[in-house]
Design a protein around this ligand. Structure first.
Ligand SMILES: [Zn+2]
Length: 432
C-alpha cells in the first residue's frame, strides 16, 4: 500500500541527490583520522551548524579525560535534537565521525572526495560519512514533508568509534544521552550493505599470554629454560584443544560473513627472545620471556567469564604436565556480544522500509566485529538499536574506499520511512 505523503517524501529525497553527494564530500574532506583524533571539532560543527539552521537544538560535548583526549586532540561530539509536536518516541541517528588512517595503496587522494562512476571515493566514504550524510538528508526531507511528527528527531556525530568509543558513545551513554526517556530508537548508519539490517555484533576478548624461562648461553641451552619453547607448547595446546572446540558451537546470530558464525581466535602477534637482528649476528642466548597477543571473538551464546576460565584451564594443565612451565594471562580489552530482538519496532520498521525501497526482503545480520551498539545496549540500557546504512562492509578501512551514490539515496529513503513510521507510532507501543 502506498501513501501520497510517503511518495512525496521519497521524491524529495531523490531531488536531494546532489546535496547528499556534496554533504558526503564535505565530510570526507575533513581528515578526522583516529588515532590521533584530528579535526573532530570541524566535523562536529559542519553537522551542528547545518542542523541548527534547521531548528535543531545543538550541543557540542567534549569527552574530557577520556583516552586520547588532549588540548591538541580534543574528543568533540555533537548531538542535535529537534523536539516533536507531541510525546511520541524519539528516533536517534548516530554516526561516528572518526576514520582510520588512509594507509597505502590508494589510486586517488583519500581526502579529495572524488566522484567517479556514481561513487564517492575517500577514507570514510563508506565507514561512515556516506551513512551520516544519508541520515541528515533523510531527516531534513522528513521535516520538509510537512507531516505532523509527534516524536523527536536526533542526530549525533561521535568520536572515537574506531578506538572503542570511549570518548564518544560510551561517554555520552554514561551521561544519559542514549537512554530512555530521552531516546527510544537508535539507528547507526554503519556500512552493512543497503539491504541488510544489523541487529548486533559478536563480542571480543583480547588477551596476552606470557611465558617465562631463564636466560643462558645458547651453546648450553640445558643450563637455561627456553620461554619460546614454552609458548610453542601453548600454541600446540590451542591447536589441539581450543580450535577444534570453536567449530562445535551452533549460534542463533546471523553473522555475516558466514565463517564468523563460529567463535574465532586469532593469534595477533608473538614476541620472544632478542629483537629481530637484520645486520650482524644474533647473540647466542636462551630467551627468558615470550609474549603472545590473541583476539578471541565471542557469540551471543558464550559467556565471557567461561571463555576466560577455559583459557586459564588450558594453561593450568600445562603447568601440571610441563616441567618449569610458568605463565601470566592478562586482559587487554573486552566487549560482550549484543543482539537485539528481531521483533523490536526499530527492526520491524527498517525491514519493512528496505522491502519497499529495494523491492527485496531485508536480510537480518550481525556484525563479526563490534561497533557502538555495545555502549547503547550495555550503558544506555537501550535494546532498540540497530545498524543500517549504505556502503559495502568489506570496503571499510581499505584503500580506494568508496560509497555508491545510488545506495546512499536508497538508504536515505529507508531511514526516512523507518523514522516516519517510528515517530508517528503511539509512544505506548514501544516495549521497554
Ligand atoms: Zn564504522
Amino acid at each position: 500500500m502506498t501513501h501520497p505523503r510517503e511518495d512525496a517524501l521519497l521524491r524529495s529525497i531523490e531531488d536531494r541527490r546532489d546535496e547528499l553527494v556534496e554533504l558526503t564530500r564535505a565530510l570526507i574532506r575533513i581528515p578526522s583520522v583516529n588515532p590521533p583524533g584530528d579535526y573532530y571539532r570541524d566535523c562536529a560543527e559542519l553537522l551542528g551548524e547545518r542542523l541548527r539552521r534547521r531548528g535543531f537544538e545543538v550541543s557540542y560535548l567534549r569527552a574530557e579525560g577520556t583516552p586520547g583526549d588532549s588540548d591538541r586532540y580534543p574528543r568533540w561530539n555533537v548531538v542535535a535534537r529537534r523536539a516533536g509536536s507531541g510525546t511520541g518516541p524519539c528516533v536517534h541517528f548516530n554516526s561516528h565521525i572518526d576514520v582510520v588512517e588512509a594507509g597505502e595503496g590508494w589510486t586517488v587522494d583519500p581526502f579529495a572526495a572524488e566522484v567517479v562512476n556514481g561513487r564517492v571515493y575517500g577514507r570514510g566514504a563508506c565507514d561512515m560519512k556516506g551513512g551520516l550524510a544519508a541520515s541528515v538528508i533523510a531527516v531534513e526531507a522528513l521535516l520538509d514533508a510537512g507531516a505532523d511528527l509527534p516524536g523527536a528527531l536526533e542526530i549525533s556525530g561521535t568520536a572515537d568509534e574506531e578506538s572503542g568509543g570511549y570518548g564518544g558513545v560510551a561517554w555520552l551513554a554514561e551521561r544519559g544521552w542514549f537512554s530512555k526517556p530521552r531516546v527510544d530508537h537508535v539507528i547507526i548508519p554503519e556500512p552493512l550493505n543497503v539491504d541488510r539490517v544489523c541487529i548486533g555484533h559478536r563480542g571480543v576478548w583480547w588477551g596476552e599470554i606470557a611465558t617465562q624461562g631463564r636466560q643462558a648461553h645458547g651453546s648450553m641451552p640445558f643450563l637455561g629454560d627456553n620461554a619460546v619453547r614454552h609458548m610453542g607448547a601453548v600454541i600446540e595446546a590451542l591447536e589441539r584443544e581450543t580450535y577444534p572446540a570453536l567449530d562445535d558451537l551452533e549460534t542463533t546470530m546471523p553473522v555475516v560473513p558466514e565463517g564468523a558464525r563460529r567463535p574465532t581466535l586469532n593469534i595477533n602477534s608473538i614476541h620472544g627472545g632478542q629483537p629481530d637482528v637484520t645486520d650482524g649476528l644474533p647473540a647466542p642466548v636462551v630467551p627468558d620471556s615470550c609474549r603472545l597477543v590473541f583476539d578471541r571473538r565471542l557469540l551471543i551464546e558464550e559467556d565471557l567469564d567461561e571463555v576466560k576460565a577455559r583459557m586459564r584451564g588450558l594453561l593450568d594443565s600445562l603447568v601440571q604436565s610441563r616441567p618449569d612451565f610458568r605463565y601470566r594471562l592478562r586482559d587487554l580489552f573486552e566487549v560482550r556480544p549484543v543482539m537485539t530482538e528481531a521483533d523490536r519496532p526499530v527492526v520491524r520498521a527498517t525491514v519493512e522500509a528496505v522491502g519497499r525501497i529495494l523491492g527485496r526482503p531485508a536480510q537480518l545480520v550481525c556484525s563479526p566485529g563490534t561497533y557502538d551498539q555495545k555502549h547503547v545496549d550495555r550503558i544506555g540500557r537501550l535494546r532498540d538499536c540497530i545498524a543500517y546504512g549504505p556502503g559495502i562492509l568489506d570496503l571499510a578501512h581499505q584503500p580506494d574506499e568508496y560509497v555508491g551514490i545510488d545506495d546512499m539515496v536508497a538508504s536515505a529513503k529507508v531511514m526516512a520511512l523507518s523514522a516516519y513510521a517510528l515517530l508517528t507510532r503511539a509512544a505506548g507501543h514501544t516495549p521497554g
